[in-house]
Every structure is written in C-alpha cells, then in structure tokens.
Design a protein. Sequence first.
Length: 312
Amino acid sequence: MLPWQRTTWAGLADASQLPHALLFCGPAGIGKRQFAERLSVRLVCEHETACGICRACHLASGGNHPDILVLRREEGKTEITVDQARALNEFLVLTPHLASRRVALIADADHLNRSASNALLKTLEEPPAGNYLLLVSDSPARLIPTIRSRCQRIVLRRPTTEEGLGYLKERAIPDPDAMLALTHGAALQAEAWPRDTPALAVRLMADLEAVAAGTQSALDATEAWHAVDLDIALSLLVDIAANLAQSVLAGAPASAMPAGWAARLRVLASRLDLGQIFRLWDGALEARELAAAPLDRRLVWDRLFTLVEARL
C-alpha cells in the first residue's frame, strides 16, 4: 500500500456496501491503478482484506485469478474497442469460479472509444448482482457523461513532497528532488522514468536556448532528439512551454520546476514573443497526444524547434 493512499483505503466500506461501479481518478503516476488492483484483490480475497496469504490472493498477485478481468488497450492500439467492452460484459454475467463475486478493472478508461463506451453502459445500467466494475482514469472528463454519472468517483491525491521524496529515496532514485519536480509530484511516474531524465531536461532547455539565440539551427537540434523517448521528451517540452508562458504572464515560472530553472526560463522567454511560446505549447501538446501513432520523429522535432528559431 502506497503511504499516501492509506487513509483512502481505510475509508472504503466493506464489499457489501460498495457500489457496483467505482471510478478512480487523479493525476497520472500517483498509483491509481495499483489502488484499484488492490481493491480487486480484496473483493475476491477469502478474508475480504487483500490478505496476501490465501489462495485467491496468490492467484490474483500472479494475474491468474479467474474472477478478475483487467482490460487495457491492446499493444499498438490507441483505443479500447467495442469488442473488448463486449468481452467484459460477457465476463461479468458468468458465474464466479472461485470467489463469490467477479471484478472487472479497466486500467485506462480514458481510452474507451464511443462504441465501447456505449457497450459498457448496458452493464452500468443493469449491473449483474454482486459483481464490480472498477475504472481508472487520468482524465475523467474524457469519459462520456453517462458513464461518469453511473460510477461513484474516488479521487486519489498526489503524495505530499515529503511522501514523494521519501518514496523515491527508499528506492534509491538519483536526484529525487528534480525527478519529483519534473513529474509534478507523481512519484510513481518519477520512479518509472529513466534515471537520466533531469539531464535530458537540461539538454532540451539548452537546445531551445541555442535555437532561440540563433547559435544552432532547428535542423541541427532535431538530429539530437529524433531518437530520444518521444513521450518523455514531449512531456518535458510541454512543461517548459507552460512555464515560459507563466514567466511572461505572471512574472515567474511554476514552483514545480527544478531548482535554478527560473532564471533560464526568463532569459529564454525574453527571446520569444508570446505567440511563439503558445504555438510551441500547442505544438508540444498536439505531438504528445499523437505520440503513440507512427510519426516521423524528425518532422515532429523540426516543426517544434522551428517555432522557437531566431527570427532575422
């Protein structure tokens, strides 16, 4: 159990009082899926505690419990499809094999497509007795209103700075302060990201500065970035662009940025006009949304660096 989830866990009612559909939401990288997985184990546990000792818990910990179904996007897919939703519906109407109930967990419910969402509504409107549907979402606004209205929402919080730093230090994550700042306090995301992420962020800032100052071309900068993990690099770029806008509009970047970045952000912002900053922000957000698609990464980065290129 993650330290910052203990209070929420302790506040959950016993199975007989839980609603049939729960929506776990909150920022990415804070442990929502782990919390929902633990609850799914509790619901099939012989002692209804997620004891970790009984046969049900051992099966569940290995992903082999026949009364738990975990649904997520298939490899290479950007959506959860209607066929997957129908398979979930069929799973929930079957008689449990070992436990007294069945549990279906949708790990990335944000990605249900429209047809899958509509298929899921049948189960939400007429839930099979004693069975549970657990949805995990980083962005619940992406779910259709009729799904949101039929689920009890449980909002999981970020760890405090102390909790997050303690978690990362226990796992010997290098430069935990910078990692926690770069992930906005999402300790599990910080743990999952490469250990050189702070250095990567510094490199990205340096290349943006060089392109904006005219000492490096957008094309040259692109060559250094097309082979880098696109999702992480774009997440860093989104944050830099947002903080550039914050520097211009509010006079200071967000406090979540790594120490020492405020001055660099102000200098970079002074070399760009507000239109360039917002176009960079929009471009980074758009590219991040499409990061799972087969993109030409050189074109992505060339377009982004061109947005800050020094104007003659």
